[in-house]
Design a protein around this ligand. Structure first.
Ligand code: NAD
Length: 375
């Protein structure tokens, strides 16, 4: 049957202003030792403590040594603390970096060993997770709260790569748009365009399916309509709410399909050239839209029309202008990357399994040509 598809979303999702204060206490009723893995900004600003005050019946501990693109060593430190505390619940509170660390920490809390036993060459299988996991995003970008993905950087090899495991599905996701009001404009722009990449990569993915297509289309529409307002007016309730909703929809969409070439090429740009995750994805986005116009054919054309553009080329131009208007880089040389780096970036990107989910054929020559157009 050619129209057969399967959609799996085990995360219990709650969305709304004030939802964390309203629901978190209820979800912690059965827990005694809770480890909150939180973004340093939320710790330093007092936000992490303020949203958890008033929760009684359990002890809350905080771990906030989270860096962007978290390393395996950071994971091992968080896991050591979880074991010492005998944590029975882990809360991830922050952007994708904090959420990803919370997912693997919850998995490894009840066992022994290091992340290196399971990832980056490690051969062991993650055990069944016995520690509860609640994810609370504070960026509108990664959708990590609704995916079974964690992305970690192995500083020994300098490689950043995703780890996909069904133990990473959170039990509960709580999304409150107010938690994103403090995002600086540059982070609003880069994380918002990351969400756009998730949506378009789910849409044109070789594994795409009708449910993820519609979620992705809705996410892209919301992002094009709201990102500039959220960037310019950080406390605009409507724009922030729509961006967080879009990030959620895009997250659910790509949790079914995975991502494609844009994300594959972002890994070396981030790990080796220090580009933030969202910016590393967005910089190749217009070029991939143009490339997939040929290969994705009619499907990409109908997406362009759905989004209000006359052609795929118009959509690519609009996305590029939107990025420029938010001071985002649209050229690799803005990150200090030169033509001498292109072969290597292509080689590393091509080693990621997801690259072959791109509709266009991905080989060294095609990827180098694509990168050459945005030097
Ligand atoms: P991030 O978590 O690294 O945070 C970016 C910056 O924003 C940090 O400096 C952080 O301190 C700050 N920040 C976060 N929330 C804030 C707030 N409310 N107010 C002010 N500052 C705030 O960025 P991200 O883009 O959310 O996550 C990127 C990471 O997630 C990367 O490692 C990426 O590979 C990974 N990722 C994971 C998935 C997944 O499904 N697991 C999907 C996409 C990306």
């Amino acid at each position: 049957m050619s129209n057969l598809f399967h959609h799996h979303m085990p995360v219990n999702i709650f969305f709304g202003t004030g939802i964390v204060e309203e629901k978190l206490g209820l979800f912690l009723k059965e827990s005694q030792n809770v480890l909150v893995i939180c973004d340093p900004f939320l710790d330093e600003s007092g936000k992490a403590k303020s949203i958890t005050t008033g929760i009684d019946g359990c002890t809350l501990h905080f771990f906030s040594e989270i860096e962007p693109n978290p390393s395996c060593d950071t994971v091992d430190r968080a896991v050591a603390l979880a074991r010492e505390l005998q944590a029975d619940c882990v809360i991830g509170l922050g952007g994708g970096s904090a959420l990803d660390v919370s997912k693997i920490t919850a998995c490894l809390a009840g066992t022994t060993g290091s992340i290196y036993d399971y990832y980056a060459g490690g051969t062991q299988q993650l055990p069944r997770r016995t520690t509860r996991l609640i994810c609370i995003p504070t960026t509108a970008g990664t959708g990590s709260e609704v995916t079974n993905v964690g992305v970690f950087t192995d500083r020994k090899t300098g490689r950043k790569a995703p780890m996909v495991n069904d133990e990473f599905w959170a039990d509960t996701a709580l999304l409150d748009p107010r938690l994103t009001y403090t995002l600086p404009p540059a982070v609003t722009a880069s994380t918002g365009m990351d969400a756009f990449c998730h949506a378009i990569e789910a849409y044109w993915n070789r594994e795409s399916q009708p449910v993820s297509d519609w979620l992705a289309m809705g996410a892209m529409k919301l992002i094009l309509e709201n990102i500039k307002t959220a960037w310019a007016s950080p406390e605009n309730e409507g724009a922030r709410g729509n961006m967080l909703l879009a990030s959620l929809l895009a997250g659910i969409a790509f949790s079914q399909t995975r991502t494609t070439g844009i994300h594959a090429l972002s890994f070396p740009l981030t790990a080796e050239f220090g580009v933030s995750h969202g910016a590393a994805c967005a910089v190749t986005l217009p070029a991939f839209i143009r490339l997939n116009a040929g290969e994705g054919g009619e499907k990409t054309e109908s997406l362009a029309r759905f989004l209000g553009d006359c052609s795929v080329e118009d959509l690519a131009d609009r996305v590029e202008r939107l990025m420029e208007s938010m001071d985002m880089a649209t050229r690799l040389n803005q990150f200090g990357i030169t033509s001498a780096d292109i072969e290597h970036i292509a080689e590393v990107g091509l080693s990621a399994a997801i690259i072959h989910l791109t509709p266009a054929k991905m080989d060294q020559e095609t990827v180098c040509r694509l990168l050459g157009t945005i030097l």
